[in-house]
Design a protein around this ligand. Structure first.
Ligand code: ZN
Length: 343
């Protein structure tokens, strides 16, 4: 993937050097980088597409393709069969199906779980392969749950009542529904980096790795800025960026999907400003987008717009390069020249 992404960048030889240095042999890491966890805009669009199809319809039968998907024991899955779907809602990054009698299905797609809709005419077709974790047969079509890769991380729970549902709520504030003062209070509960605070499901609902990169770029704040060290103006800017980014992306995805079903929640969107855009020019200032690589994820940012030109330490690279790790864009440019010659 490093090589594939490097094609989109001018600094190819430097990138190849970095790809050699980074241990990217763990396929799980690659999978996580390629499959973003669906976040608020993605889940919202799934729910809208599902509502248009299954609201008021009967869930006739559920077939499990993997024994690992269903994580609850009681009530059994058969408790929802024959029930009418009365509502759909988002709970953090989960999709909740409300059925007759106050029973809920709580579905967490995790990283690689995806949904597909098959109209009745396609129902006789083979319902997916090994990647199919479950099929939900409704009176008007079938919903397929698939998960790429070999790790079975998507989960499904059957719960009873709002109190049962509350057990699945991580407790994050709905970022689009709160005032800036409430947002600020939650943000500053603990001394955290902005990246970590925004993506903590106990603090904020529905924000993950991709949209937090976009939010921080829009707010022109460093992902490693401490939450306890922000001015009122910076907090207001961050909150405005949270709202505008999530609303704008929800609207974009809605327009893109139209009356269709969102079968492809893609890895990196070409029109994102920084997320997944390592090495490409920042749309605001033209500086190459940088990144911090974690064990199974990466954070992208623009040094000119967000960190006063400083490069943030990349743990895996800084360990390898030690004092050689560039601290500024200028140093990076210099090192790129040297390394291009060496590689
Ligand atoms: Zn920039």
């Amino acid at each position: 993937m490093e090589i594939r992404r490097a094609k989109h960048s001018g600094a190819r030889s430097w990138r190849r050097c970095r790809a050699d240095l980074l241990d990217l042999t763990d396929l799980t890491d690659l999978l996580d980088l390629d499959f973003p966890l669906p976040e608020l805009p993605d889940i919202t669009i799934y729910i809208e597409a599902l509502s248009a199809r299954i609201l008021g319809h009967t869930l006739e039968h559920v077939r499990l393709g993997s024994p690992f998907l269903l994580r609850s024991v009681s009530p059994p899955l058969s408790a929802v069969e024959g029930a009418v779907v009365r509502g759909l809602r988002r709970l953090g990054k989960r999709i909740v199906f409300e059925l007759d009698g106050g029973t809920f299905l709580v579905l967490h797609l995790m990283i690689a779980g995806r949904l597909k809709w098959k109209p009745p005419s396609a129902r006789s077709a083979k319902a997916g392969g090994r990647a199919t974790l479950a099929t939900f047969d409704f009176d008007n079509g079938t919903l397929l749950l698939t998960e790429a890769g070999s790790k079975r991380r998507a989960s499904l729970y059957v719960v009873i009542g709002e109190s049962g549902l509350a057990d699945h709520d991580p407790g994050g504030l709905e970022p689009l529904a709160v005032s800036t003062s409430v947002f600020a209070e939650r943000l500053q509960l603990e001394r955290r980096t902005l990246k970590r605070a925004l993506t903590d499901p106990r603090l904020f609902s529905g924000i993950g790795n991709a949209y937090s990169d976009e939010i921080l770029h829009a707010a022109q704040l460093s992902p490693l800025q401490w939450t306890t060290n922000l001015s009122d103006d910076e907090i207001a800017r961050l909150h405005a960026a949270v709202k505008s980014t999530l609303v704008e992306w929800t609207e974009r995805l809605r327009a893109e999907i139209g009356a269709g079903f969102p079968e492809k929640v893609t890895a990196f969107r070409g029109d994102m400003a920084v997320h997944g855009k390592f090495g490409t020019p920042c749309p605001r200032c033209g500086s190459p987008v940088q990144r911090i690589v974690y064990a199974a994820n990466e954070c992208n940012y623009c040094p000119t717009c967000q960190t006063g030109g400083r490069l943030l330490a990349d743990r895996s690279l800084s360990r390898l390069l030690g004092d050689d790790w560039p601290r500024t864009l200028e140093e990076l440019e210099e090192q790129k020249k040297v390394r291009s010659a060496k590689c």
